[in-house]
Design a protein around this ligand. Structure first.
Ligand code: ATP
Ligand code: MN
Ligand code: MN
Length: 397
């Protein structure tokens, strides 16, 4: 018999930024359960607990095979008593009572529905719940005052809660490219966020814009926004100007993940023909799989020509984030906006706790040498931090 004390099955380093985490993992039942508890904690303003569950889930995401017994978890980092209990319940009973109760709880369901409205955060949702508002209908009936973002969020609720596909992200990318090129030729556009990590769907599409000549990017966003607005591509936008230079609290505040780039949180009006104009005609004539059939059922085919059914709008709302960075900060912006959120948090924690450095989306500061460390690529930043380079597709912690 194997001495159990020696049976360390997996060797996983403790910071997520020291590990490769692909999109797919071998323990989705466990990671989904822990992620749900993390989400519930975050929705309950218990960020510390949220991070603990996220870290535990991330460790399981990094395992090379499915966990079948608790002994395999010995020596793994970031698995606290609470997470271990949840894992044990699932391994032994097939489900965790706590997770099932949370999923079904009225409070959790209401918080999800209400924070699912663009522009509504935990604080607002909690206030509404205290006022007996649990659903969109109740919100509308209540006559609550909504700000501009929340009004847009409510109006486009269904669209914005439907995952954005890769095809839609590509179509948005083309529109953004056209907008940026017509106001600043020579600018560079990079997909960031989940789509850069290889995700097949997202809750939004994120882009980083820069120009190879430092300073040429200044004031770019308002021009891009004007172009998009003049073409009818924007349903909502809120632009924030760059406040990096005037900030007094130092450029690399490790405690905050908010940066000060010029940015735009927006809702795009994506015409349907941009994603499936001609392609759909093709699939309709073939023996189609289920999803295309149901799509086709929504369309009338008259005399070989497709007609849109009455009441069917020819566009859909998509959340889009645009960020502009000067070229000198581009690598830091790219690293900081590619995610995942936990990967970013772990990078900053690693920098601070292990290297006495402060990392932000603008810069990397070495507290021992009292100087900024320059970088023109993500690879250089990982090297400064004493980390092996992890490509975007393996930052899905
Ligand atoms: P999803 O598919 O849900 O959009 P995502 O990873 O793209 O997943 P986002 O919320 O779009 O998630 O965030 C993308 C990245 O941008 C994250 O890594 C996050 O750290 C970063 N980010 C988001 N908001 C800000 C912000 N206000 N300031 C700085 N960085 C941010
Ligand atoms: Mn995103
Ligand atoms: Mn985003």
């Amino acid at each position: 018999q194997v001495n159990e004390a020696e049976a360390v099955v997996f060797n996983i380093p403790s910071y997520a930024c020291q590990r490769r985490t692909a999109l797919d993992n071998h323990n989705t039942v466990l990671t989904d359960a822990l992620s749900l508890l993390a989400e519930n904690a975050e929705l309950s303003d218990e960020d510390g607990r949220g991070v603990a569950f996220r870290r535990a889930a991330a460790v399981l995401k990094a395992l090379p095979e499915p966990v079948t017994g608790m002994t395999q978890l010995r020596g793994l980092p970031c698995l606290g008593g609470h997470s271990l209990r949840v894992i044990k319940d699932i391994l032994e009973d097939g489900a965790s009572g706590e997770v099932e109760l949370t999923k079904e709880s009225e409070r959790f369901k209401a918080l999800k529905v209400l924070t699912g409205i663009f522009g509504v955060g935990v604080k607002t949702a909690e206030r509404w719940i205290r006022e007996q508002i649990h659903s969109l209908q109740q919100l509308q009936d209540s006559g609550q005052t909504l700000n501009r973002a929340q009004q847009a969020g409510l109006e486009h609720y269904d669209d914005l809660n439907q995952p954005v596909t890769k095809a839609e992200a590509d179509a948005i990318g083309e529109i953004v490219r056209e907008a940026v090129m017509s106001v600043l030729p020579g600018a560079q556009i990079t997909v960031i966020g989940g789509f850069r990590r290889g995700k097949l769907t997202g809750h939004d599409v994120d882009f980083l814009v820069t120009h190879p000549e430092e300073g040429r990017e200044v004031g770019l966003m308002p021009k891009v926004v004007s172009w998009l607005e003049s073409q009818g591509f924007l349903l909502y936008q809120k632009t924030t100007r760059n406040s990096y230079l005037e900030s007094k609290d130092g450029p690399a505040r490790p405690a905050s993940n908010m940066d000060r780039f010029e940015r735009c949180f927006s809702i795009f009006k994506l015409p349907e023909e941009e994603t499936r104009g001609t392609k759909q005609t093709e699939t309709l004539t073939e023996n189609t799989p289920e999803d295309t059939c149901s799509l086709a059922a929504n369309w009338q085919v008259k005399g070989g020509e497709q007609m849109k059914p009455a009441g069917h709008k020819a566009w859909r709302a998509v959340r889009v984030d645009l960020v502009v960075s000067p070229i000198s900060q581009f690598a830091f912006a790219l690293l900081g906006w590619t995610g995942s959120k936990l990967f970013e948090r772990e990078l900053r924690r690693w920098a601070g706790h292990e290297k006495a450095m402060s990392l932000s989306s603008h810069a990397l500061y070495d507290n021992k040498q009292s100087r900024y460390l320059r970088a023109t690529s993500e690879e250089e930043i990982f090297a400064h931090l004493g980390l092996d380079y992890i490509p975007p597709s393996e930052r899905n912690a």
